[in-house]
Write a protein that binds this ligand. Structure first.
Ligand code: GDP
Ligand code: MN
Length: 389
């Protein structure tokens, strides 16, 4: 789960990571009075969406009076912001963060993430802040320093200093920087974050170090022990299909292709997507209906799949281990009749009561293409999708 910048900055402040002072606003009046209450001459009005790249897309505006802050907010709230990270649709701006403007001397990069390959948390630092870090890593990898933290011994002072030197900080700045690094580490452990990214971390004209931006990803599997964080979820920023899938206990990720799949088991779903690719097609989604696939769930799954306009064929791949294939077949029949499915449906059933399931599909009179074996199912789905195009 992602947090908004304003939520992440509140957590930063709680963990002694210095951030500029600011307030969240849901309309122009609130933005104007926020700027007035904050005081100072320059303010920054920032669109709150779950994506970076806002600066280049018009989602970060420097303003010179409270009235201008209100105008900037009015120009953003209620619109959608498209950045290179949002996809073509963009994300809705429902709130802005109004912040006291900072005078920037240097823009740096600092993040802490779960480094799965090395089974530890790792800091990534770069003096080339404010830019797309993937591009920095690609073009000038020497500007990136990675410091892994041994989980047994925990964070040490020398690791913070190594990061500080990599960022070109001065000796007098090390103490406050080390405190910030400690705060970042503590926050990540305490809140079960999987990524905390500060881009840019700035050095101000007076030499202070501040987190100017804040990106925070939380580990969904640990949310049950962070009720307060779980309540920060903003479904408006999530893919509507993925959010609905969550409500039905389905595991769904929408993709760019045109062949939808409905599979029981995540591993089998991955294998199904691979076989679609191998047969020359592209999957429209990942969808795991889980072990206890019921008619109700299968119906919800069909609705989700069909909410994607690109879908031109559906491949259903069920291995009946715990679930019985005849029950699944009944679910498919009920769902196809109930929802009305305008694209070809290829079904491969295997395992417990597969024969009975296939008979039910045969007798249903519905236009369902039966397949034997996974490879054949994928080929038939690719073929069927080609014909509907
Ligand atoms: P992002 O584009 O979504 O990553 O949004 P950021 O919060 O990183 O802001 C983008 C850029 O706006 C930063 O890299 C800064 O150059 C600029 N910016 C943001 N806040 C301030 C500020 O207070 N003062 C100045 N001078 N520039 C700012
Ligand atoms: Mn940024």
């Amino acid at each position: 789960m992602n947090l908004h910048e304003y939520q992440a900055k509140a957590l930063f402040a709680r963990h002694q990571i210095p951030v500029p002072e600011g307030r969240v606003a849901a309309n122009a009046e609130e933005a104007e009075s926020a700027a007035r209450a904050l005081g100072g001459e320059i303010h920054v009005v920032k669109a709150q969406v779950h994506a970076g790249g806002r600066g280049k897309a018009g989602g970060v505006k420097l303003v010179h009076s409270p009235a201008e802050a209100g105008e900037a907010a009015a120009s953003m709230i209620g619109r959608k912001l498209v950045t290179h990270q949002t996809g073509g649709e963009g994300l809705p701006i429902e709130r802005v963060w109004v912040e006291r403007g900072s005078k920037i001397a240097r823009e740096l990069y600092l993040s802490l993430l779960v480094d799965r390959a090395h089974e530890r948390l790792a800091f990534i630092a770069s003096p080339a802040g404010g830019m797309d870090i993937e591009a920095v890593a690609r073009e000038t990898p020497e500007k990136i320093t990675t410091v892994g933290v041994n989980p047994g011994s925990g964070l040490s002072g020398f690791e913070a200093r190594r990061l500080g030197f990599a960022l070109g900080l001065e000796p007098g700045q090390m103490k406050s920087f080390a405190k910030l690094v400690r705060g970042l580490y503590d926050l990540t452990l305490a809140e079960d974050a999987s990524l905390v990214e500060i881009n840019p971390l700035i050095v101000t004209d007076t030499g202070d170090i501040l987190a100017l931006d804040a990106k925070l990803n939380l580990d969904d599997n640990a949310l049950y022990r962070h009720k307060e964080l779980a309540e920060m979820r903003d479904p408006g920023q999530e893919d509507p299909a993925e959010a609905e899938a969550g409500e039905h206990g389905l595991n769904y990720v929408s993709l760019d292709g045109n062949i939808a799949c409905m599979v029981n088991g995540a591993g089998l779903a991955m294998a199904t997507m691979d076989l679609i690719q191998l047969s020359g097609g592209t999957p429209a989604n990942f969808l795991d209906v889980g072990g206890g696939a019921t008619a109700e769930r299968v119906t919800a799954a069909f609705r989700l799949i069909l909410s994607n306009e690109n879908v031109s064929a559906i491949l259903i791949n069920i291995f009946g281990g715990i679930v019985r294939c005849d029950v699944i077949a009944e679910g498919i029949i009920a769902a196809v009749k109930g929802v009305g499915v305008p694209v070809p449906v290829v079904v491969r059933l295997e395992g417990t009561n597969a024969e009975a399931g296939r008979e039910l599909l045969d007798e249903s009179g519905l236009d369902i293409i039966a397949a034997e074996g996974l490879a054949q199912a994928a080929e038939k789905a690719v073929e069927a999708a080609g014909e509907t195009k």
